[in-house]
Every structure is written in structure tokens, then in C-alpha cells.
Ligand binder design. Structure first.
Ligand code: TRP
Ligand code: SF4
Length: 400
């Protein structure tokens, strides 16, 4: 019924690194040519934990958007926007909050996990508890059916599905639907009404498909029904609710194999990153000084790639031939570590070249970025407004 749509968001953490590129952005770039895509900066989500350090949010947002563009997100294909510039998200979040049991939120695994992880911070807040509900609103407001996320976010997508289901169940019918449907049944005339009721019960309680078909036939051949009554009777027969909000599905993004400079996961908090737009000199220096197999103290000591973070980089960047050269050369002490690092340095620099080029245009002319985002916000807002019209109507809040 609704078209395919991809949506994903990131909190504005500032400069992105190669881990983000190989884990997330490369996948977004692929998706943008396959589906209509919406990518947004979740700045309100940043506030759920950083409510006391707001001065960096705006700068981080612009930096991150430039990184998206540098990575190849194409504004003529994908819609890029900022969450707080589409205030409809907040309206849907509020309306959904009325029907969201607190227990559902408390049971989302990230809630307790994050609270424990960020122990030093007061996170017994209303907003933090509501994090997954705000995320549900982000998704449901665009009727996005596919949401590319990492494994850690899967519970949030599940939660969004439950919220959509609950909403449709509660409001996916016109007010007084049952009453109106029963009135319409009477209009069938006593004999047909009795048959209709019997078929309806047989289908809904026993799942009798034949009863459903006969019910359809009965309605088809009944002439003097208004369009509204006809629809009601079909809906009542099938026990159907209208799908106002679409249940999304997670498009699981494979975990990035991109290690950090020390072999741990690449992460800003481990201080082991190469940023997306890091200058060539710094990239070269970082890789040159990277740890290698600790057993290879001297050039003449043989090494073992499995114990070396540089090998992890070869797994991301090198072809089969180079990998064999590394394995043999390392284990026989035939090559030195600096030599071994050269192809990695070259590959990273080559990967970054087009990113620097794309970013430069936007750094030279920041109004370009502002315009892309303004356009994106406008497009997103139109879609959000359409859904909100249906949502308000379903909830009896359209005041026409
Ligand atoms: N919670 C997500 C994260 O931390 C960010 C996010 C916010 C998001 N709203 C979203 C992701 C909607 C996908 C869809 O990564
Ligand atoms: Fe690591 Fe390469 Fe040195 Fe072997 S030769 S220890 S794989 S850097």
C-alpha cells in the first residue's frame, strides 16, 4: 500500500571516522540508489544524554553532514535533514506517549545498559526513558518500512513495530466503528443479516476461509448499500484495522570489520581513529606508528599477522595477492613492518581522495550545505505533515 522507504539517523557526534564509513555510510550510499532514502541528524536524541553540554551540537551537526556528503551521500538522490527542524516528530512523539506503557520503555535493553554505562550522569529523566519512543516517532512519521541499523538498535525497531501495531489497533477504525457496522448489518435485511453474522463469526473464530468468501459474495450481490456501509461491512467481516502507521523492519547492517589503530574497535573514546577527512600527512604518520606484532622486536624476528592490527587493515584494504605477500613476508621476516604498511597507507589515502574533493566544495561554500539541508527539511516536512494529518484524523483531533 505504501511505497518502500528507507530511513536512518545518527546522533551528531562530530567528525566521523573510517569505522563509520565502513560500518554505516558505505551502506547508505548503496541504499540511496536502490530506495527513496531519508537520512537525518538526531539532534534531539543527542540531548537525551547531553542535555548539559549543548554548545557542541550545532557544530557537530554541520561537521557530520559534510562527512555524509564527503562519503558520497548524494543530495539529488537522498533526503538529508535535521530532526529538530521537522517539529512534527515532536508532535507524534507526544501523541504516542499517551498510549505507551511505561513498562514497555523500561524493558528496552538499552535503557538500563546505557544508564549503567553512563553512571556518572543523571539519566533518570523523562526524555531518556522516552528515547526509543522518539526514535519510533522518527520512523513512523515517514512510514519508513526499512531502517538500516546496527545490531544494538534492533530492539528499538522492534519497539517501533509494537507501537505502530498498538496505534493501528487503537485508532485504525473510525469512531464508533462497531456501532456503525452493526447498523449497516441491519440494513442487509433480516435474512441476509443473519447469514452475514454467521459467516463473520465462522471466519473470525474458526478462520474458515470459505465463510469469508461467501461473506464477500453476499456483500457483492447486495445492491442498495452506501459506499461507507459497504466498506464497513467488508472491514467488520474481516476484522481488519486500517494501517495508519507502517510497521518498520530493521535492515541489519553488518558489523564493520574496521579495527582501530590499536586493533580494538575503532572508536573516538579509545582514541584510535582515523577520521574520514584526516589530512594525508597525519594518516601516514598514524599508520607508520601503528603497533605491530609485539613479538617482532627486531627486523629479523619473524612475525604473526594474526597478532597484528596492521593485518586487520590489510583484510579491509588489500587484495589477495598483497595479503599473501604480507603473510609470507611477515612469517619469514622477509619484509619489514614499514614496508608492510605501505600498501595500507596508499589504500587509505586513495579511499580518502574523493572524500576530500567532495568535502572541499562544501567547505569553500557553506551555503551549499545549508541549502541542501533546508531542501531536505522541507521535503521531509511535507511527508511528515501528510502522516500527521492521518494521525490527527484517526485520533479525532482534526477540528475541521
Ligand atoms: N538511536 C540511533 C543511534 O543511536 C539514532 C536514531 C535516532 C535512529 N532515530 C533513529 C536510527 C531512527 C534509525 C532510525 O544510532
Ligand atoms: Fe604486522 Fe606486517 Fe609487521 Fe607482520 S610485517 S608484524 S603483519 S606490520
Amino acid at each position: 500500500m505504501y511505497q518502500e522507504r528507507v530511513l536512518s539517523g545518527m546522533r551528531p557526534t562530530g567528525r566521523l571516522h573510517l569505522g563509520h564509513y565502513h560500518g554505516v555510510l558505505k551502506n547508505w550510499v548503496k541504499l540511496q540508489s536502490e530506495y527513496p532514502c531519508l537520512f537525518f541528524v538526531a539532534d534531539w536524541h543527542a540531548l537525551t544524554t547531553a542535555y548539559d553540554e549543548t554548545e557542541t551540537i550545532e557544530r557537530n551537526t554541520w561537521e557530520m553532514i559534510i562527512d555524509w556528503l564527503a562519503a558520497g551521500i548524494d543530495p539529488s538522490q537522498a533526503t538529508m535533514f535535521i530532526q529538530s527542524r521537522v517539529p512534527e516528530h515532536a508532535e507524534l512523539h507526544l501523541l504516542l506517549s499517551m498510549m505507551t506503557p511505561i513498562g514497555w520503555l523500561e524493558r528496552v535493553p538499552t535503557y538500563k545498559d546505557q544508564q549503567e554505562r553512563l553512571e556518572h550522569k543523571e539519566l533518570s529523566t523523562y526524555g531518556f526513558l522516552g528515547y526509543p519512543l522518539l526514535q519510533a516517532a522518527d520512523i513512523l512519521i515517514y512510514r519508513a518500512n526499512r531502517v538500516p541499523v546496527g545490531e544494538d538498535q534492533v530492539p528499538h525497531i522492534e519497539f517501533s513495530r509494537e507501537i505502530a501495531r498498538r496505534f493501528n489497533h487503537l485508532y485504525g477504525r473510525e469512531p464508533n466503528f462497531e456501532e456503525k457496522a452493526r447498523e449497516a448489518v441491519k440494513k442487509l435485511g433480516a435474512k441476509r443479516a443473519r447469514l452475514y453474522e454467521e459467516l463473520r463469526v465462522r471466519y473470525q473464530q474458526e478462520g474458515d476461509k470459505q465463510a469469508l468468501e461467501r461473506g464477500h459474495a453476499l456483500l457483492e450481490e447486495t445492491q442498495n448499500l452506501s459506499l461507507g456501509d459497504r466498506e464497513r461491512l467488508f472491514g467488520y467481516l474481516e476484522g481488519q484495522v486500517k494501517m495508519i502507521l507502517v510497521e518498520p523492519e530493521a535492515l541489519l547492517t553488518e558489523a564493520s570489520r574496521m579495527p582501530g589503530l590499536d586493533g580494538q574497535k575503532m572508536s573516538k573514546s579509545y582514541n584510535n581513529t582515523i577520521t574520514l577527512r584526516e589530512n594525508a600527512e597525519s594518516v601516514t604518520k598514524k599508520i607508520r606508528t601503528m603497533q605491530t606484532d609485539p613479538a617482532r622486536v627486531r627486523r629479523t624476528d619473524p612475525g604473526e599477522p594474526e597478532r597484528c592490527p596492521v593485518w586487520q587493515f590489510h583484510l579491509v584494504y588489500s587484495d589477495e595477492g598483497t595479503r599473501q605477500w604480507v603473510q609470507q613476508g611477515c612469517r619469514s621476516a622477509g619484509i619489514g613492518c614499514i614496508e608492510c604498511k605501505h600498501p595500507v597507507i596508499d589504500a587509505v589515502l586513495k579511499e580518502q581522495e574523493p572524500m576530500h574533493e567532495r568535502a572541499q566544495r562544501y567547505l569553500d561554500d557553506p551555503t551549499l550545505v545549508r541549502n541542501i539541508v533546508a531542501d531536505g527539511c522541507e521535503r521531509a516536512r511535507k511527508l511528515a505533515q501528510e502522516t500527521m494529518r492521518d494521525v490527527r484524523e484517526a485520533m479525532g483531533l482534526n477540528y475541521t
